[in-house]
Design a protein around this ligand. Structure first.
Ligand SMILES: NC(=O)c1ccc[n+]([C@@H]2O[C@H](COP(=O)([O-])OP(=O)(O)OC[C@H]3O[C@@H](n4cnc5c(N)ncnc54)[C@H](O)[C@@H]3O)[C@@H](O)[C@H]2O)c1
Length: 314
């Protein structure tokens, strides 16, 4: 049994990862400020600490001062759009927090940190699978802060913190916040479809993304623990490969038994036209390949969401 610290434990990805660690029999301390997360999402068995990763007092007073076997730094504000509203908040919550965690970990004998980075670090790229050695020129404050965090991790390698940054592409699946209309793509369109029978899409239908199902993402994080050669690396975590937004929406529509109308208008600041992952490095160093197809993932998520809405939730 090992001891892990998971930040963002009340959010979509952090709660799924913490749940998987608990099921494997590990001890998990979870940190979250509940800004976009929910206390009830924290899996049973997790020692929950409410606090902000960017707040130094959390490290002195609130977190158990233990030698964690690894830290999973998942907490963060995850919306490019929101990063334009408040860049300083984005910097504190997504970048300062990384530095605090690195220092806290090392001070308590932890030498492994796995980080939830993002495809947004790349900025606009040619229409080809993007590999990790592509020049990263982020176009949002969000991507800029995440890239800075990756660089802090690199600097701390020399100080003894072995780290892996997983550049997650578009993550979706059960457990996603269906009420947040500023983060996510599948979640936003699925919520519109179920609630309004109308999907309003900001941007062109030919834009494209690489959609990765939550279980695949959790598996990628867990693989980092057993694959020593993932240390010191930045790895893409994609799923579906290149899928046009219009195509994804059509697949969604086939799930609904009611007719659904679709409208394209407007745009989102800093939104990339298209990006999809080259998965060769993740396959080589992590043994990671996505297992859940987009159609299967959408179906599973839709079934989960209907269950929530029937029960009056989500
Ligand atoms: N969902 C995606 O498609 C996606 C893609 C790429 C990267 N990521 C990254 O994965 C991470 C998790 O994303 P998510 O989709 O689960 O989002 P989420 O909003 O569901 O979860 C984030 C969690 O972190 C918490 N949090 C935020 N700032 C915090 C802080 N300063 N201190 C403590 N807790 C804080 C929130 O309350 C929330 O519970 C984020 O860092 C995000 O940037 C997500």
């Amino acid at each position: 049994m090992a001891l892990y610290l998971v930040t963002g434990v009340a959010g979509f990805i952090g709660s799924a990862l913490a749940g998987a660690l608990v099921r494997q029999g590990h001890e998990v301390v979870g940190l979250d400020n509940l800004r976009t997360g929910f206390r009830e999402k924290v899996p049973g068995g997790v020692v929950f600490v409410e606090g902000d990763c960017a707040d130094e007092r959390v490290y002195a007073d609130a977190l158990p001062q233990k030698a964690y076997d690894a830290i999973f730094h998942i907490a963060g504000q995850s919306s490019g759009e929101i990063s334009f509203d408040d860049p300083v908040y984005d910097l504190r919550t997504n970048t300062e927090s990384t530095l605090h965690l690195l220092r806290f970990g090392l001070a308590h004998g932890c030498s492994r940190l796995i980080y939830a980075s993002t495809m947004s670090v790349y900025g606009s790229q040619p229409d080809a699978p993007v590999a990790e050695d592509a020049r990263a020129v982020p176009e949002s404050f969000y991507g800029t802060g995440k890239l800075a965090s990756e660089n802090y991790l690199r600097l701390y390698e020399a100080r003894g913190m072995r780290s892996t940054s997983l550049r997650l592409f578009n993550v979706y699946g059960p457990g996603q916040n269906m009420g947040n209309l500023r983060q996510g793509m599948v979640s936003i369109f699925m919520a519109m479809m179920v609630k309004d029978k109308h999907i309003h899409i900001k941007g062109h239908p030919n834009r494209y993304r690489d959609f990765v199902y939550i279980d695949d993402v959790v598996r990628a994080f867990l693989l980092c623990l057993s694959r020593e050669q993932s240390c010191g690396r930045i790895l893409n975590i994609g799923g579906s490969g290149k899928i046009q937004v219009g195509d994804m929406v059509e697949r969604l529509r086939t799930l609904s038994k009611d007719p659904v109308t679709v409208e394209y208008s407007g745009s989102t600041p800093g939104d990339l036209f298209g990006i999809h992952a080259d998965g060769a490095m993740a396959a080589k160093h992590l043994g990671y390949e996505a297992e859940i197809s987009l159609d299967e993932g959408l179906e599973r998520m839709y079934a989960w969401y209907l269950e929530q809405t029937d029960a009056g939730g989500a």
